[in-house]
Write a protein that binds this ligand. Sequence first.
Ligand code: ATP
Ligand code: MG
Length: 263
Amino acid sequence: MASITEKRLSLHRRVEVQQHQNEALKSQLVGLQHLANIGTVSHMIAHEMNNLLTPMKSYATFALDNPDDRALTEKALRKAANNCERASKIMESMLALVNGEKQEKTNVRLIDLIEEIFTCLCRDFAKDGITVEIQVPDDLAVFVVPVQIQQVLMNLILNARDAMLPRGGVLTIKANEADETVDIEVADTGDGIKPTDLENIFETFFTTKADKNSPAEDSGAGIGLAFCKMIIDGHRGCISVESKPGNGSNFKINLPKPKSGSS
Ligand SMILES: Nc1ncnc2c1ncn2[C@@H]1O[C@H](COP(=O)(O)OP(=O)(O)OP(=O)(O)O)[C@@H](O)[C@H]1O
Ligand SMILES: [Mg+2]
């Protein structure tokens, strides 16, 4: 019969083997998590590129169908140049994000970021019966990674437009300065969000636009808001929403102001 000491030794060895296996599983998990992150970021890059390619394609097709319209051709080329430049900035910023590189924050006028977004979009909101109201003080500055905050606002604006199609409505973008934060709101008068969906909208791949018959121009991938949250979290800010079915939605962002002394 094995002595108590032998039994203890064999138990000890088994615990050691288990510990090794645990360590190996943990490192496999870290590797898989990294791969999953890369997968998510690849989806996000594709999503953001698509937001820019769609307007380029529709303007180019329109210009090709109307070869004698010189103004239209110019507009299509300007849109292409503009969106290509933005696409390369976005790629650079997203690759830095994957590589865990710190990206430079700068002080920029919020109104400039917003106006630039509208130059990248597909078509005039007015053509879809959407009135755009911008209530942002001219001198209101934010301390951010500009290209990232533009991506957030662009996603919120595109969602707001989708929610108001095909009826039209009002898109309001507001901002003001509080003691410690700059507060931004993107509100629409669209269909609103069901309470059961509200809990999930910031989850990656959650979408109610998967249906090809959805009024949104393309069916959704459920990436826009997850991406917005990732960026706002990265700015140590917060993003939230208030919405009732039939009563529109109001997305709110609070961005911390830089502590005095930091630039
Ligand atoms: N302004 C809004 N009004 C109503 N519902 C909204 C609004 N914004 C977001 N949602 C809801 O949240 C879901 C997730 O939005 P999200 O932007 O993440 O994905 P998506 O718009 O469906 O697809 P995409 O990946 O193209 O952005 C939407 O499918 C929609 O149900
Ligand atoms: Mg979206």
